[in-house]
Design a protein around this ligand. Structure first.
Ligand code: SF4
Ligand code: SF4
Length: 157
Protein backbone atom coordinates (compact mmCIF):
# COMPACT_ATOMS: atom_id res chain seq x y z
CA UNK A 1 0.00 0.00 0.00
CA UNK A 2 1.34 3.44 -0.89
CA UNK A 3 2.28 5.99 1.75
CA UNK A 4 -0.57 8.23 0.52
CA UNK A 5 -3.15 5.47 1.04
CA UNK A 6 -1.76 4.83 4.51
CA UNK A 7 -2.36 8.43 5.45
CA UNK A 8 -5.95 8.29 4.22
CA UNK A 9 -6.48 5.13 6.23
CA UNK A 10 -5.40 6.97 9.38
CA UNK A 11 -8.07 9.57 8.77
CA UNK A 12 -10.81 7.08 8.01
CA UNK A 13 -10.17 4.83 11.00
CA UNK A 14 -10.31 7.79 13.35
CA UNK A 15 -13.97 8.36 12.48
CA UNK A 16 -16.61 7.19 14.91
CA UNK A 17 -18.27 3.86 14.23
CA UNK A 18 -21.67 2.91 15.59
CA UNK A 19 -22.63 -0.68 14.94
CA UNK A 20 -25.34 -1.78 17.30
CA UNK A 21 -26.72 -1.45 20.79
CA UNK A 22 -24.07 -3.67 22.40
CA UNK A 23 -21.15 -1.82 20.89
CA UNK A 24 -19.52 0.95 22.83
CA UNK A 25 -19.70 4.19 20.98
CA UNK A 26 -18.62 7.76 21.49
CA UNK A 27 -20.66 10.91 21.74
CA UNK A 28 -19.32 14.42 22.03
CA UNK A 29 -21.33 16.96 23.96
CA UNK A 30 -21.07 20.49 25.30
CA UNK A 31 -22.22 20.76 28.91
CA UNK A 32 -23.25 24.23 30.13
CA UNK A 33 -23.31 24.43 33.92
CA UNK A 34 -25.17 27.11 35.85
CA UNK A 35 -23.05 28.34 38.82
CA UNK A 36 -25.22 26.40 41.30
CA UNK A 37 -24.15 23.01 39.92
CA UNK A 38 -20.51 23.69 39.05
CA UNK A 39 -19.40 21.29 41.78
CA UNK A 40 -21.44 18.35 40.47
CA UNK A 41 -18.96 15.49 39.86
CA UNK A 42 -20.25 14.67 36.40
CA UNK A 43 -17.39 12.50 35.18
CA UNK A 44 -17.48 10.48 38.42
CA UNK A 45 -21.22 9.88 38.06
CA UNK A 46 -20.81 8.88 34.42
CA UNK A 47 -18.09 6.35 35.27
CA UNK A 48 -19.61 4.89 38.42
CA UNK A 49 -23.26 4.70 37.48
CA UNK A 50 -23.22 4.37 33.69
CA UNK A 51 -19.82 2.80 32.92
CA UNK A 52 -19.02 5.75 30.70
CA UNK A 53 -15.45 6.91 30.20
CA UNK A 54 -15.21 10.67 29.78
CA UNK A 55 -12.50 12.57 28.00
CA UNK A 56 -12.58 16.29 28.70
CA UNK A 57 -11.70 18.07 25.46
CA UNK A 58 -12.12 21.62 26.73
CA UNK A 59 -13.08 23.24 30.03
CA UNK A 60 -14.09 26.82 30.71
CA UNK A 61 -15.09 27.05 34.34
CA UNK A 62 -14.95 30.15 36.54
CA UNK A 63 -16.55 30.60 39.98
CA UNK A 64 -19.95 32.37 39.93
CA UNK A 65 -20.17 32.06 36.14
CA UNK A 66 -21.72 29.56 33.75
CA UNK A 67 -19.17 26.83 33.05
CA UNK A 68 -18.68 24.91 29.85
CA UNK A 69 -17.19 21.49 29.35
CA UNK A 70 -16.69 19.81 26.00
CA UNK A 71 -16.46 16.10 26.67
CA UNK A 72 -16.37 12.89 24.72
CA UNK A 73 -18.30 10.10 26.38
CA UNK A 74 -17.54 6.47 25.60
CA UNK A 75 -20.14 3.88 26.55
CA UNK A 76 -23.05 1.70 25.48
CA UNK A 77 -25.69 3.63 23.50
CA UNK A 78 -28.52 3.08 25.99
CA UNK A 79 -26.25 4.11 28.89
CA UNK A 80 -25.24 7.25 27.02
CA UNK A 81 -28.87 8.20 26.57
CA UNK A 82 -29.68 7.49 30.23
CA UNK A 83 -26.67 9.49 31.36
CA UNK A 84 -27.58 12.52 29.25
CA UNK A 85 -31.07 12.44 30.72
CA UNK A 86 -29.57 12.31 34.22
CA UNK A 87 -27.20 15.20 33.49
CA UNK A 88 -30.12 17.33 32.29
CA UNK A 89 -31.96 16.56 35.54
CA UNK A 90 -29.10 18.32 37.35
CA UNK A 91 -29.99 21.52 35.46
CA UNK A 92 -27.07 21.17 33.07
CA UNK A 93 -27.70 22.03 29.42
CA UNK A 94 -26.47 19.34 27.03
CA UNK A 95 -25.70 20.12 23.39
CA UNK A 96 -24.68 17.19 21.26
CA UNK A 97 -21.94 17.78 18.70
CA UNK A 98 -23.25 15.89 15.70
CA UNK A 99 -21.10 17.48 13.06
CA UNK A 100 -17.68 16.27 12.11
CA UNK A 101 -14.76 17.51 10.10
CA UNK A 102 -13.92 15.93 6.76
CA UNK A 103 -10.54 16.35 5.07
CA UNK A 104 -10.20 15.92 1.32
CA UNK A 105 -6.62 14.73 1.57
CA UNK A 106 -6.15 14.54 -2.21
CA UNK A 107 -6.02 18.34 -2.19
CA UNK A 108 -3.93 18.76 0.99
CA UNK A 109 -0.41 20.18 0.53
CA UNK A 110 0.49 19.56 4.21
CA UNK A 111 1.34 23.24 4.55
CA UNK A 112 0.40 23.21 8.25
CA UNK A 113 -1.68 26.40 8.27
CA UNK A 114 -4.64 24.58 9.81
CA UNK A 115 -2.42 23.19 12.59
CA UNK A 116 -1.67 26.70 13.81
CA UNK A 117 -5.36 27.56 14.32
CA UNK A 118 -6.42 24.31 15.98
CA UNK A 119 -6.47 25.14 19.69
CA UNK A 120 -7.81 21.69 20.55
CA UNK A 121 -4.62 19.98 19.36
CA UNK A 122 -6.53 17.83 16.87
CA UNK A 123 -4.17 18.63 14.01
CA UNK A 124 -0.45 18.10 13.83
CA UNK A 125 2.30 17.51 11.31
CA UNK A 126 4.10 14.24 11.85
CA UNK A 127 7.84 13.74 11.59
CA UNK A 128 7.53 13.61 7.80
CA UNK A 129 5.52 16.85 7.80
CA UNK A 130 2.31 15.09 6.84
CA UNK A 131 -0.93 16.33 8.32
CA UNK A 132 -2.45 14.10 10.98
CA UNK A 133 -6.01 14.52 12.22
CA UNK A 134 -6.56 13.29 15.78
CA UNK A 135 -10.30 13.10 15.48
CA UNK A 136 -11.15 12.36 19.16
CA UNK A 137 -9.67 15.73 20.12
CA UNK A 138 -11.69 17.68 17.55
CA UNK A 139 -14.35 19.95 19.03
CA UNK A 140 -15.66 20.91 15.57
CA UNK A 141 -14.88 24.56 16.26
CA UNK A 142 -14.52 25.03 12.47
CA UNK A 143 -11.44 27.29 12.75
CA UNK A 144 -9.56 25.12 10.27
CA UNK A 145 -12.22 25.43 7.56
CA UNK A 146 -11.55 29.06 6.50
CA UNK A 147 -7.86 28.75 7.45
CA UNK A 148 -7.09 26.19 4.75
CA UNK A 149 -6.05 27.98 1.54
CA UNK A 150 -6.94 24.92 -0.56
CA UNK A 151 -10.48 24.19 0.67
CA UNK A 152 -9.45 20.81 1.99
CA UNK A 153 -11.58 20.94 5.13
CA UNK A 154 -15.35 20.67 5.19
CA UNK A 155 -17.95 20.20 7.87
CA UNK A 156 -20.24 17.20 7.51
CA UNK A 157 -23.58 18.15 9.10
S1 SF4 B 1 -4.22 24.13 5.73
FE1 SF4 B 1 -5.24 22.80 4.23
S2 SF4 B 1 -3.59 22.23 2.78
FE2 SF4 B 1 -2.60 23.04 4.63
S3 SF4 B 1 -2.21 21.21 5.90
FE3 SF4 B 1 -4.19 22.03 6.55
S4 SF4 B 1 -5.71 20.90 5.34
FE4 SF4 B 1 -3.72 20.60 4.35
S1 SF4 C 1 -12.64 21.84 13.67
FE1 SF4 C 1 -11.47 22.95 15.24
S2 SF4 C 1 -10.81 21.36 16.69
FE2 SF4 C 1 -11.46 20.30 14.79
S3 SF4 C 1 -9.59 20.06 13.61
FE3 SF4 C 1 -10.54 21.98 12.92
S4 SF4 C 1 -9.58 23.59 14.20
FE4 SF4 C 1 -9.16 21.62 15.19
Amino acid sequence: MSKKKDKNKTLETSELVVSGLNTRTRKRVILSFPPSVLQTPITYILAKEYDIASNILRAEIAPEETGKLVIEMDGLPDKLEEAIKRIKEHGIEVTEIARKVIFNMDKCTHCGVCVSVCLAGALKLDEEYHLQFIEPKCTVCEMCVPACPFNVVNIDI
